[in-house]
Each structure stands twice: as C-alpha cells, then as structure tokens.
Design a protein around this ligand. Sequence first.
Ligand SMILES: Cc1ncc(COP(=O)(O)O)c(C=O)c1O
Length: 418
Amino acid sequence: MSLSPILERISLGKIVVIREQLMKAQAKGQKVYRFESGDPSFSVPGHVLDAIAKAGREGKTHYIPNDGIPQLREALWKKLRAKNGLALPSAEDVFVTNGAMHALFVTFASLLDEGDEVLVPDPMWTEVVENIRLAGGVPVGVPLRFEQGFEYDVAELAKRVTPRTKAIFLNTPHNPTGAVLSRATLQGIHDLAKAKGLWLISDEAYEDVLYPGQEHVSIGSLDPGYLDRVVSIYSFSKSYAMSGLRVGVIATCNAALKARIPKLLRCTINGVNSLAQWGALAALEGPQDQLQAMQREYLLRRDLMLDALAGIDGLRAFTPKGGFCLWAQLDPKLYARLGVADADELSEKLAEAGLGSAPGDAFGETCHDAIRFAFSCDTQMVREGAPKLRAFLLGAASPEATSLSTPSAALADATGAP
Ligand SMILES: Cc1ncc(COP(=O)(O)O)c(C=O)c1O
C-alpha cells in the first residue's frame, strides 16, 4: 500500500527532534534552556484576552466568514496601508489565515504548478521550503553570506532565474540569521522580479522585532504598479506574542489569487477560530506600547547572548538586526576542541546538557557549519543559560549545566512551540 508520495519529500524537522528531547528532560526535572525554538515568552496583552472573553460571552462562537471576520479584514487593510505602505484597493485584499505558516501553505498552493521554481534564501526557516514542496514546487536556494550581512545578493538571485522560476521568496527580518533587508536591496530584488515577470512572496512575520536603528520596509510599498504581483504575509505570533492563537494574514490584490485563496481557506480551515480573530482585532486597535517593551526586552536578551558568544575560538556570531535568533558560523577547530564531528553532533551534545540549539543544516544546503540559538524564551532563562552556553562552547561545561536539578521559575515559562 503506498501512502501520499508528496509527504516523502517533507521531513519532520531536526528542531522538533531537539525540542522533544529537551521537553522530555524537562518533564523529568532536568534544568533546560530552550534556545532551540522561537516562541515569544511574553503574555498576550490583557485587553486582547478581555476581547476574547467578551466575544465568547456574546456568543461569537459560531461559523464565521471563510476569509476572516469583516471587522478584522477592515482593520488589517487600514494597518497595511498606513504602516506597511501597501496601496491595496480594498479590505477584500486581506485574508485571515491560521498563522503565517498557513498563509505560506495557502500562498504556495494557490500559486505554484508542479515543477515551478521558487528562489529562497539559504539558510531559511525550514517550513518555507517544505511548503513549496508540498505545493509541488521546487525551492532553489540562494546562498546568503555573513560578509553581506546575510542579505540577498541580487546578482546571485539573477543567476538562478530559469524559465521555470515563478517567484522570489523573501523574509525580512530573517529567520534564522536576523538579517534585515535594506531598502536598496529590496529595490534590487523588486527590479529583478519586475524585469523577469516574477512573483514576490514577502514573509514579514517579524516586522515588529527590530533592534535600534533598523527600519522595516515592505517590498510591496516600493511600487504600487507591481503590487499585483506581490503577496505579503504577516503574523500575530511575534508582534503580539499570540503564537498559540494562530492568526496570520495574506495580503494580495491579484484577482486570480483572490479567487483561489478562498477555496483553500474553505477546504483547509473553513475560517480561523472566531475568538482568536476578535482577539486579533483588539490587538490591532488597542494600545501598541507593548511593542516597545518587547523590543527593549529582546535587545537585552540579544546582548546577553552576544556577550556569551564573544571571543570563542572557532565561533563567529552575527549580530541580529531583527528577530530573536542568533546565528553563528562555526569552524572545524571548534568541533575538534569539543570532540564532535559537526554542528549536528554539537547540537545533540548541547541538548544532552540541557542547552537547546538548532544545527545549521536544518536551514539549508550551504550552512552545515552554523548553529542557531533562539532567545525568545524569558529573560531569566537567557540570563542563566547564556553563561552555561559559553562554558560549554569553550570546552569547559560547568557541572551544573549537565546535572539534574529542580525546575526553576524560568522552566515553568518554557513552552513547546516550534
Ligand atoms: C519566517 C517565519 N515565517 C512565518 C512563521 C510562522 O508564524 P506563525 O505561523 O506562528 O504565524 C515563522 C515562525 O516561526 C517564521 O519564523
């Protein structure tokens, strides 16, 4: 009996394996530091929870419009015009999805024909290429380089365009490196897409997680004349720490896509959880000051991690400009010092010591000698875990980093999100 062949092309993911190992250790009482997964530790703002409870009490718990409740689509449309500069003609150009992950699935499944190629950054958060494959497409990795701040190199992109190329996928701020695409780079990507008639799929899930001096630019704002070929994707998971509530967004004014997306929304989810949508509306319309508080906290954690990883022979950390992941390039001399064969084994050994990480090859073909540490867990966990990480990577893991101990307050906060 043969089962779905397309799923043979999809992996369960190395990060999930490490996460489950850490969660098992955690359940047994081992102290663990959840640097493998990116799930904001922050609480959902109180007014959002109030709006959810109110909507429940008012009986807003029945089937809702497939594409999203009109109030939320309208509020998102206004936000996308005002904040992102997307000249979308109407709220009908906005679709509410089950998180940005589902937005990626719906976008690629609406757009791609079997064998269509999509240019993607290498490294890239794995689920993007998996969703391209699920839709029958072929992800074509374009290497990003430390020396170029992990921004797309437009000349490299151009070299990989073939008659089968359908779209360029971009993600800024970028998971896993924390790169933020500059306006000039975005303009170059845009001009290439326009010259070759390619779609632009812009994942902006981390638009609000930026470090001082950085600006988020939506590629769709550069040229209203090409907006018809741009699909912009957003999430409530990072901006409002609503990761478990699962609200994402697709913005497109392309008529053919707009006719197709509702079919997939109906067949996959038949509308996002009504209460989560009322919560999302309150998040958009309510006070936004938690965004600054969150940014300050991420800055603190980022700097704790950077300090911990500074001056380690064989490890070169990139200073993230956005997002909550730290990407480090590794040199074989680090492996030799630590007695491991590669980044995969290093990640395994770190996990045995209760320290989460994600090995580079989980993110692409060109990054075997790299590792990612997420710092979206709470600040106390970063404060305690970062020195232990340093000790381990220096080859001097402290006994307490590997020993069993009782769970701390930091542990109680750890979640099992991807
Ligand atoms: C680049 C990127 N896009 C999209 C997502 C999906 O976010 P969600 O499905 O929680 O909205 C993530 C999650 O980590 C991500 O890293």
